[in-house]
Design a protein around this ligand. Structure first.
Ligand SMILES: NC(=O)c1ccc[n+]([C@@H]2O[C@H](COP(=O)([O-])OP(=O)(O)OC[C@H]3O[C@@H](n4cnc5c(N)ncnc54)[C@H](O)[C@@H]3O)[C@@H](O)[C@H]2O)c1
Length: 399
């Protein structure tokens, strides 16, 4: 099988795929629609980052494509619905950069508590201003984590190791790590936290959820951090609270509007404020995260094409089948209408198949069944399934 990897994907992806028998072609940049239409025939697996756009037209011109790996977090660059309609699985790396974000936030908490941005600016201007005023240790301070998911929980663990007291608020039930304490409401957290750090996801309901009312409820001289999504925070209110001295410092890595291209001007009401760290959405951007993404997505592409596994696919029904180490496997992606599974099992029963495992899942209008059997299914039984009016694709694997 042939793999095409674009946009300087980390070399570890090549290692993972070649070790599993794939032929890998690498290209440094992204490809335009026209270039993709030329390059994709004969390619089974495609790896991209955020600059390659996979449109319906590109998918129409890629008859051999089985799966797309987005070697990044976002998948907006791919027409996911059109890919699903064609049975093409799309994968990404939703949590490969978790640790990188957490390390940035930990660094910022300490930098803001010590007012390092002001101190380093003064030193660069030749001013020696040695003073302990406004500088604090973080030990014993209370960190309030809003959104206790992949990043929030890992931040919780590292922050406790530094001696911070951790409280959190999440709209879902989440297991408290270590000594962290759940707050019943956001207000309860805001009333207690010396540092508030946002780690909520980008669901539409979160747009603007942290504004004037929430800043007003934060403790005087507290610190605010947003490395989650730009659209969740009202930055005008944050500016007012920083200028009034109510908020002692802030760090922002994400913004409601971010420049599109390298070198474009960054415009924000937060520019030029004291003790405010602004970073260009680099929370997850480290060499280690890139390597982890390369390893993770390459593994997902290989697992799908060699074993029919779709767990963590962002557009097909997610089936976590065990490693395929013995016997035969049939993967059947179909339109999700009542009776299809009974039909599949009818064909298996008629063929006298000895089923050793069956795993299934549905998503939107599709269903996916993975069936492991002791012996290969006879050709006429496979043909019955392939020819069913509900079939999107049927694939088989021999261990
Ligand atoms: N700055 C960066 O470079 C960078 C990198 C990676 C992720 N992120 C962002 O960080 C955020 C967190 O990522 P994650 O992987 O931990 O996500 P996640 O989905 O694992 O966790 C999000 C958590 O927030 C909770 N939540 C959602 N809305 C809430 C609300 N209004 N109040 C309280 N809790 C709420 C959810 O229940 C969930 O537990 C995401 O928005 C992600 O896009 C930023």
């Amino acid at each position: 099988m042939k793999v095409l990897l674009l946009e300087n994907i980390h070399p570890v992806a090549v290692e993972v795929l070649e070790a599993r028998g794939f032929e890998v072609e690498l290209r440094a940049g992204s490809l335009s629609e026209e270039e993709l239409l030329e390059a994709l025939p004969g390619v089974q697996l495609l790896g991209i980052r955020s600059n390659t756009h996979i449109t319906r037209a590109v998918l129409d011109g890629a008859p051999d494509l089985l799966a797309i790996g987005c070697f990044c977090i976002g998948t907006n660059q791919v027409d996911l619905v059109s890919a699903a309609d064609r049975g093409i699985a799309v994968f990404n790396a939703p949590f490969s950069n978790t640790r990188s974000v957490v390390e940035l936030v930990i660094g910022e908490i300490i930098a803001l508590a010590r007012r390092l941005t002001e101190k380093t600016h003064k030193m660069h201007d030749g001013v020696w201003d040695k003073s302990a005023n406004g500088s604090h240790e973080v030990r014993g301070r209370t960190l309030g984590i809003v959104g206790y998911g992949n990043i929030g929980t890992q931040l919780s663990n590292l922050a406790e190791a530094l001696g911070l007291r951790v409280i959190f608020f999440d709209t879902a039930d989440r297991l408290a790590h270590g000594n962290a304490q759940r707050m019943r409401t956001l207000d309860e957290l805001l009333a207690k936290a010396d540092v508030v750090s946002l780690h909520v996801d980008g669901r539409p309901g979160n747009a603007g959820f942290f504004g004037e009312e929430q800043f007003a409820k934060m403790k005087p001289r507290s610190i605010f951090i947003n490395a989650a999504r730009g659209m969740v925070v009202d930055n005008e209110s944050l500016r007012d609270h920083i200028l009034s001295g109510h908020i002692a410092g802030a760090a922002l890595d994400v913004f409601p509007v971010e420049p599109k291209a390298q070198g474009d001007e960054f415009q924000s009401v937060l520019r030029g404020l004291p003790n405010v760290i602004l970073t260009p959405h680099v929370g997850g951007s480290t060499q280690e995260a890139q390597e982890e993404i390369g390893y993770f997505v390459a593994g997902k592409l290989a697992g799908f094409s060699l074993e029919g596994r779709t767990e963590l696919s962002v557009n097909l029904p997610a089936v976590l089948a065990p490693a395929h180490v013995a016997g035969h496997r049939i993967g059947f992606l179909h339109i999700n209408v009542p009776g299809v599974l009974a039909g599949v099992n009818g064909v298996l029963a008629d063929a006298g198949a000895n089923v050793t495992g069956q795993y299934l899942s549905t998503r939107a209008e599709q269903g996916y069944v993975v069936t492991d059997t002791l012996d290969p299914l006879p050709a006429d039984a496979l043909a019955k399934l392939t020819e069913s009016e509900h079939t999107i694709w049927l694939r088989t694997w021999d261990a």
